[in-house]
Write a protein that binds this ligand. Structure first.
Ligand code: SME
Length: 165
């Protein structure tokens, strides 16, 4: 199936997320394979937003995240629960926006070019559901992520979460 997540340059970020989420929902309709879905999600987000690094870390046991599908340069393959931005988002079950990675205690630098970061935990939509992984996005610019990214990416993750059922 041919698809494109390329949008006009003149869209605002909010408009771009609206278009992206509409197209992404249709694109993911009927997809049941987790690896295929996460791989295409990484590629689609990078195509639409030009992110420096975008990918997933998946909970593999009680203490470790393991690198999943991603787009960008090679990255740390394992992150301990509670460590770095990803391990903290998992442990605290909350999204984290980091305007300056150097100011985040314990930030794990997979690339020295990363300057800001956003991490969204993934959980199936049931009460007290455990975190199953995280969506991690890095920018090579300071303060690249804001509430618009947070809302847009939480929508993307909610579309994906049914794949973990
Ligand atoms: N910076 C992350 C590690 C993963 S890389 O950014 C791809 C962290 O502190 O958890």
């Amino acid at each position: 199936m041919e698809s494109s997540f390329t949008y006009p340059e003149n869209l605002t970020k909010a408009e771009r997320y609206v278009r992206f989420c509409e197209d992404f929902r249709l694109f993911m309709d009927g997809e049941t394979d987790l690896i295929a879905a996460l791989s295409n999600t990484s590629a689609a987000l990078r195509e639409a937003f030009g992110f420096f690094w975008v990918g997933f870390y998946l909970v593999k046991d009680e203490q470790w995240l393991t690198l999943g599908p991603f787009q960008g340069s090679t990255a740390c393959s394992r992150i301990r629960r509670g460590r770095g931005v990803c391990g903290t988002a998992w442990d605290q079950h909350r999204s984290i926006v980091v305007p300056d990675v150097d100011a985040f205690p314990g930030h794990i630098a997979c690339s020295s070019l990363s300057r800001s970061e956003i991490v969204i935990p993934i959980a199936v939509p049931t009460p007290d559901a455990p975190v199953l992984g995280v969506l991690d996005i890095d920018s090579d610019r300071l303060s690249a992520f804001d509430d618009t990214d947070l809302q847009g990416l939480e929508t993307v993750v909610s579309i994906l979460s049914k794949l973990f059922l």
